[in-house]
Design a protein. Structure first.
Length: 626
């Protein structure tokens, strides 16, 4: 039983992951999943409406679902469909988050840690929010790109709320104007007005026709759909190969109807979906959705439909979230093993770690397939890949040394990096188009991947060193044999990290020479990469020269965490140089907290243990010597 038991939890978790691939059930008869699979154009790439919804929700509320009264939830696709077609319902959803107590007081709410508001709650405060945002804009007018770095916590919260309201208002007006009672009927009237105005124009002189009732009706629609064109968020209307040769939003598509004299079929299909959803007519909704898919197939958009379906499946399976949960389970089992030293507990944790790594790898590969890019293209994907590399090294270490050290360290790094990636995803689409200088798969697959493997190695070595120091200071479990094993692990990984960081930095210089005409320019990011190489060289030379022993190696490996985190995140926070592609000012406090924690651990490495932390044998020995 003990031989086979470790595979039972792994099989259950694998089944849980596989269930994510099942086709979702309809929502009150509506094929919401089919709506979420529809491809649109946004941020320069084809993506399903489900991705649009998830990214918008993450940006506004920090979550990818919406909780409603009674304990039920709305999926992202259902929320976006409701927002586009039934704003009277969407305006009741509490999706706007406010953290700063002064802003909560301004909005008339209680000053708590985190408050949530609906659009209806904020309706009477929109002018006040716009006024505060305008003050911030006016104060920052002359500061240029550095303006966001000097905002106070209150100003940041105000700007986030203001930007969330703007994004929500754009979603409200993406399919139809938000005050439309029946969009299909409105489009029918619009087409009749176009036909009547054309007939009037042919019968009367141009000057007379321009002032006719028919032309005034068309002019009203022109103004209405012009506003819709300026507000609409995703480009819903696909190209048809005839009048429209590119994707357009609904307002632009309807304005083009003035020239063609006909309402496009996609506009009619989306209008029919809106009317059916608002009128609670699932059969009519599903028929309109099916017509839209058939129209896209007939107009040569099969690749776009397939792309939308694949990305929807990726979103539904949530490989990174599910692997994060399994990493936590593996981490807990590794810690339990240290308490009872039961081999089947360690083997169960190792099996879960392997499963989480497989799911993590699946998600990484699927994402590469969707993007058509190497694994690292931005800060979000770098966090995903750093965790993946650290877990791979941890699996190798655990297979060689056993003892759950590789298990605990890699599970912790995997979980932590995926948490970081989740928070980075709140800034918007994680698969957006690359900057021109980054748009080369060769260097993304060489320099970026190799340098990121160096980051993974450095963090894993630093975490192993943290385990050494913490176990040695707070427990009596750091036996001489365990200490030697940890020393060999850290030394070997630092050697590997030195090679990866050095090669990655050289490759980056070659890329820079091709992109900017110089191999090295002392750019902040280049300096950060050089710091990692130099620090690794210092660590190895200090070890080879006998300047440090086991404990000194561990302390220097922990300081490597500080150096690496600065190169990875800190340089981006400076917001200067040619490599600042992921400015994240809100992460500054977390980075400082991390660096301070690492500094405290370094102090522990050389601090004498307190008397009550010593083992009885060691305490007695110290007393006798005294």
């Amino acid at each position: 039983m003990k031989r086979w038991f470790p595979w039972i939890p792994a099989a259950l978790f694998a089944l849980w992951f596989g269930m994510g691939a099942q086709a979702p059930a309809t929502v009150r008869g509506f094929d919401v999943a089919g709506f979420g699979r529809l491809p649109v154009l946004l941020n320069g790439r084809i993506q399903p409406l489900d991705s649009v919804a998830r990214n918008a929700l993450l940006s506004i509320s920090g979550k990818s679902i919406v909780r409603v009264e009674g304990g039920s939830t709305l999926t992202a696709s259902e929320w976006l469909l409701e927002t586009m077609t039934a704003p009277e319902l969407a305006n009741q959803r509490r999706i706007f988050r406010v953290q700063h107590p002064d802003l909560q007081g301004l909005l008339g709410g209680e000053k708590s840690g985190l408050a949530t508001y609906s659009f209806n709650d904020l309706t009477n405060q929109i002018d006040a929010i716009e006024t505060q945002a305008r003050k911030i804009f006016d104060a920052e007018r002359d500061k240029g790109d550095d303006a966001a770095k000097t905002r106070t916590a209150f100003q940041k919260d105000v700007m986030h709320l203001y930007e969330s309201l703007v994004l929500y208002h754009r979603c409200l007006n993406s399919l139809e104007p938000d005050d439309t009672p029946n969009f299909s009927e409105e489009l029918t009237n619009y087409q009749q007005a176009i036909i009547a105005s054309r007939a009037a124009f042919q019968k009367k002189p141009q000057a007379t026709a321009a002032s006719s009732a028919e032309m005034q009706a068309v002019s009203g629609f022109y103004q209405r759909y012009g506003e819709l064109s300026a507000l609409a968020y995703p480009l819903l209307a696909p190209p048809d190969g005839r009048e429209t040769h590119q994707w357009s939003n609904m307002g632009t598509n309807l304005l083009a109807s003035m020239g063609t004299g006909e309402i496009s079929e996609p506009a009619q299909n989306f209008a029919a979906m809106a009317v059916a959803f608002r009128g609670n007519q699932p059969a009519d909704f599903n028929k309109a959705l099916a017509r839209e898919r058939v129209w896209m197939q007939q107009n040569g958009l099969n690749a776009e439909l397939a792309k939308g379906g694949r990305e929807y499946l990726f979103n539904q399976m949530e490989p990174f979230y599910r692997s994060m949960v399994i990493y936590v389970a593996a981490l807990m089992l590794g810690c339990i093993f240290w308490l009872n030293m039961s081999e089947w507990v360690r083997r169960t944790g190792f099996a879960l770690l392997g499963l989480a790594f497989v799911i993590h790898t699946f998600g990484l590969g699927f994402r590469m397939y969707l993007e058509g890019r190497p694994p690292v293209t931005n800060l979000y994907s770098s966090a995903i890949f750093i965790g993946w590399g650290a877990v791979l090294l941890g699996l190798i270490l655990e297979k060689i040394f056993k003892g759950a050290i590789g298990l605990v360290s890699s599970a912790l790094v995997g979980f932590t990096t995926l948490i970081i990636a989740h928070h980075l995803a709140m800034s918007g689409d994680t698969m957006e188009m690359l900057r021109a200088v980054l748009d080369t798969n060769l260097w993304l697959a060489t320099h970026v991947v190799v340098i990121t493997i160096g980051y993974s190695s450095m963090f894993l070595a630093g975490l192993l060193a943290v385990i050494y120091i913490v176990r040695g200071y707070f427990t009596n479990s750091l036996t001489p044999e365990t200490a030697r094993s940890l020393g060999r692990m850290v030394y070997g990984i630092v050697c590997f990290a030195t090679l990866a960081s050095f090669v990655g930095t050289i490759l980056g210089g070659i890329w820079a020479d091709q992109s900017w005409g110089r191999f090295w320019g002392w750019d902040p990011k280049e300096n950060g990469a050089l710091l990692i190489v130099l620090w690794n060289a210092i660590v190895l030379h200090a070890r080879w020269g006998g300047l440090i022993r086991e404990r000194g190696l561990m302390a220097m490996a922990v300081f490597g965490n500080i150096v690496t985190s600065f190169s990875w995140f800190g340089v981006n926070m400076l917001g200067v140089g040619l490599h600042s592609y992921g400015f994240m000012d809100q992460a500054f406090q977390w980075l400082m907290a991390f660096d301070i924690s690492q500094a405290l651990i370094i102090v522990l490495a050389f601090a004498p243990r307190l008397p009550f932390l010593r083992s009885p044998a060691r305490a007695a020995s110290a007393t006798n010597r005294a």
